[in-house]
Design a protein around this ligand. Structure first.
Ligand SMILES: [Zn+2]
Length: 101
């Protein structure tokens, strides 16, 4: 894992508006309850938008690698070990998840 996902903060987004992640529980629970194969991933390399279920998948001993069918760039790597999944998605610029309504 790596990369720099930090976004510059606007000054007004600081102190008085800051809560911890628990305050976002409702939104995050709705978001992460999605049907993953229907989510649409935008490739960081070429900008192509592809449903996760239509990416090229390579099933490996330790996990899975999903590649862009347009440019063959690695979009998602997921590895299983020591009781947890580790997911790296630096090849995905945006993941669009349909809202339930
Ligand atoms: Zn691509």
């Amino acid at each position: 894992m790596g990369g720099d996902a930090r976004e510059p903060r606007a000054p007004e987004m600081d102190a008085e508006l800051r809560l911890d992640g628990n305050a976002a529980a409702g939104a995050l629970e709705e978001l992460f309850a999605f049907e993953v194969t229907a989510a649409v991933a935008t490739c960081e390399g070429c900008g192509r938008e592809t449903a996760v279920g239509a990416l090229d998948a390579y099933d490996l001993e330790m996990g899975v690698v999903l590649r862009c069918p347009g440019c063959d760039g690695v979009m998602i790597r997921a590895a299983r070990g020591r009781g947890a999944w580790s997911v790296e998605m630096r090849g995905v610029r945006v993941l669009q998840v349909k809202t339930p309504r």
